[in-house]
Design a protein around this ligand. Structure first.
Ligand code: ZN
Length: 320
């Protein structure tokens, strides 16, 4: 097992049945439902899948976890988590901790803005609208690929506050034309509050994932605090229950740092999760909990190697 005796696996949803042609880049985080089922069955056979509330009791009260504990989590709250992922979780009797943005505390959540931006740029380009964004911080992207240019734009737009960014997205949408159609709603739309309650009523736990999913390290102090604190209060109001866990958007050292760890603690969360398996030297910080990021390309042997800690030990042995 990894250090600490437990592991946390992280998903971003499954490929819904009405989304037949995965987009190689953005869909790389989604797994096929049958692959997801086999991974859950592997965990049930070799590990002890715990309920998120058991994890909370361990973090808050020190109640011991069973040996070989694994917590299953899923970020973003796309509609397919309810329509295509929940049925698999239910039939395998596996509980999951879902991290959703505060957009899912409302009736019209829309899409993740950076995914929508990817498609809007693909469909029509920005036609100069990027000049309305704050300048790029640091060096320009190394590779001049579509994805590198898109990520550079995501970073620049993350420096706007959420309402300004929403206004800028409206401009981009207007430039491309109102009639763009992304196909599968289950793939792209976020859960609305009624759907979020269904997930919660099905016995799943809900955590916070900011208001609008920016690159937090590029937000000003006040905006970063608002994104983290208000996502907790808005979801608590929508669900009528405490929100005790937080997951950092993108969740890697390039998108967050010590300030975000402090803000998550000050917001009153019991713990906060990364999307990577390592965070600096020293003992594990409850506000920088590592997770194993499962992607479309993760084979079952790789999944097993990440769970057993073998992957980490190999990386350390190789000095990376
Ligand atoms: Zn996310």
């Amino acid at each position: 097992m990894p250090p600490g005796g437990y592991a946390v696996v992280n998903y971003h949803g499954v490929v819904p049945s009405d989304h037949p042609e995965p987009e190689v880049f953005l869909d790389g985080n989604l797994v096929q439902p049958e692959v997801f089922r086999r991974q859950l069955q592997f965990l049930k056979a070799h590990y002890h899948i715990i309920h998120p509330e058991d994890f909370r009791a361990w973090i808050e009260q020190g109640k011991p976890l069973p040996p070989r504990s694994v917590l299953v989590t899923c970020d973003d709250g796309l509609l397919n988590t309810l329509t295509d992922m929940l049925p698999v979780l239910r039939s395998e009797s596996v509980p999951c901790l879902f991290f959703v943005t505060a957009a899912s505390s409302g009736d019209c959540p829309g899409m993740l803005w950076y995914e929508e931006l990817y498609y809007l740029i693909r469909l029509g380009g920005l036609n100069g609208l990027e000049t309305k964004l704050p300048p790029q911080e640091g060096p320009s992207p190394v590779a001049d690929t579509f994805q590198a240019r898109w990520w550079s734009t995501v970073r620049r737009a993350s420096r706007l506050n959420a309402p300004e960014r929403a206004d800028w997205m409206t401009l981009v949408r207007g430039e491309v034309g109102a009639k763009h159609n992304f196909g599968s709603e289950k793939r792209w739309r976020l859960l609305n509050v009624a759907e979020l309650r269904l997930l919660s009523d099905a016995g799943m736990s809900i955590g916070a994932h900011t208001l609008s999913h920016p690159v937090l390290s590029l937000c000003g102090d006040e905006e970063a605090q608002r994104e983290i604190h208000q996502s907790k209060s808005e979801l608590e109001r929508a669900l009528g229950r405490p929100i005790w866990a937080f997951a950092y958007p993108f969740g890697n050292p390039a998108t967050m740092g010590e300030r975000e760890l402090r803000l998550a603690r000050e917001a009153g969360f019991a713990c906060a999760f990364l999307n990577v398996e390592h965070w600096g030297p020293g003992p594990t910080n409850p506000f920088a909990l590592p997770r194993i990021h499962v992607t479309a390309n993760t084979t079952l042997p790789e999944f097993a190697a990440h769970l057993s800690g073998l992957h980490t030990r190999l990386q350390r042995a190789m000095g990376s």
